[in-house]
Write a new protein. Structure first.
Length: 267
């Protein structure tokens, strides 16, 4: 995946930042489970990579009471959403940087914890990203990552596979973003981190079709690049109709697979 593609991803998130919190309420719960898995007992300084509108930071603050926070995300619109939330948190000392994971303006060996919730799967160079995230971590500090896991949303992938004319970049995205445990272990060990805990969560969800598709529109709008508005409207109508056909009385049923990892930088 090129830099240009990476810019398209963050531009997509910026564009839809206003709808993000509503559309991805599951990410709030996932961020909380990720933060709950950190061993603690306390962390003074935290770096949130791909911080978006700050779900993971807020879960971290709620659990550990940490006040020194640095957030990095190239999507300016998402950072604005985060800033708006901070108005209600005057006691926090927060630095937000609009930057890519591979160009973070943060010091080495400085943070007690580095967290990254539902962003790692979008990083184009994952092995390098893991190294870039380990660098600012203090020896003895902990890293927590939550990202898309292999096998998720197979039901939607099947629908996309059958759309005519084909939508190769949509179908191909599943392979680009989803990771299995052994792949994540490779990235963490490649960054000289010691794995403390790593697991996959697999759920079956039933969601109203429109709610499911709205989440997809918010998190994957960069895949629309290259289509004219008329083509997009046609594609959206076909995908909606096919998802409605696949849905049952309890909504669209799909597999939701998330990969969690906790690792430590050796002291
Ligand atoms: C699904 S959102 C997750 C946001 C937040 N961490 C949360 O839990 O809700 C993914 C975020 O990753 C950011 N992102 C995408 N590519 C990135 C990159 N190369 N470097 C840093 N952040 C990136 C996006 O801009 C977006 O805000």
């Amino acid at each position: 995946m090129s830099n240009q593609h990476s810019n398209a991803i963050s531009a997509g998130f910026s564009l839809n930042a206003g709808d993000y919190d509503k559309a991805v309420r599951y990410n709030i719960h996932g961020a909380k489970r990720l933060i709950d898995a950190l061993p603690g007992p306390s962390y003074d300084d935290v770096l949130d990579v791909g911080c978006g509108t700050g779900f993971a930071t807020m879960a971290f603050v709620n659990r550990f009471g940490t006040t020194n926070i640095t957030g990095v995300d190239p999507a300016v619109g998402m950072l604005e959403g985060f800033r708006a939330k901070l108005a209600e948190q005057p006691s926090l000392n927060v630095h937000l940087h609009a930057a890519d994971v591979l160009a973070m303006p943060v010091p080495d060996n400085h943070f007690d914890a580095v967290i990254c919730s539902m962003a790692f799967h979008w990083f184009p160079l994952k092995a390098k990203a893991a190294i870039a995230m380990a660098q600012p971590l203090k020896p003895g500090g902990d890293m927590a990552i939550l990202c898309s896991g292999r096998g998720g949303e197979e039901e939607f992938k099947r629908i996309l596979t059958e759309i005519n004319p084909p939508v190769p970049q949509w179908v191909g995205t599943f392979d680009i973003v989803q990771r299995d445990i052994d792949e994540m272990e490779g990235y963490l060990e490649g960054a000289d981190l010691e794995i403390l805990d790593i697991w996959m969560e697999r759920r079956i969800r039933r969601t109203p079709v429109e709610e499911f598709l709205n989440r997809m529109r918010v998190v994957a709008s960069h895949l629309n690049a290259g289509y004219s508005p008329a083509e997009l409207a046609d594609l959206d109508a076909k995908i909606t109709a096919a998802t409605e056909r696949a849905a049952g009385p309890r909504g669209f049923e799909y597999t939701f697979t998330k990969l969690f990892a906790i690792a430590r930088k050796p002291a």
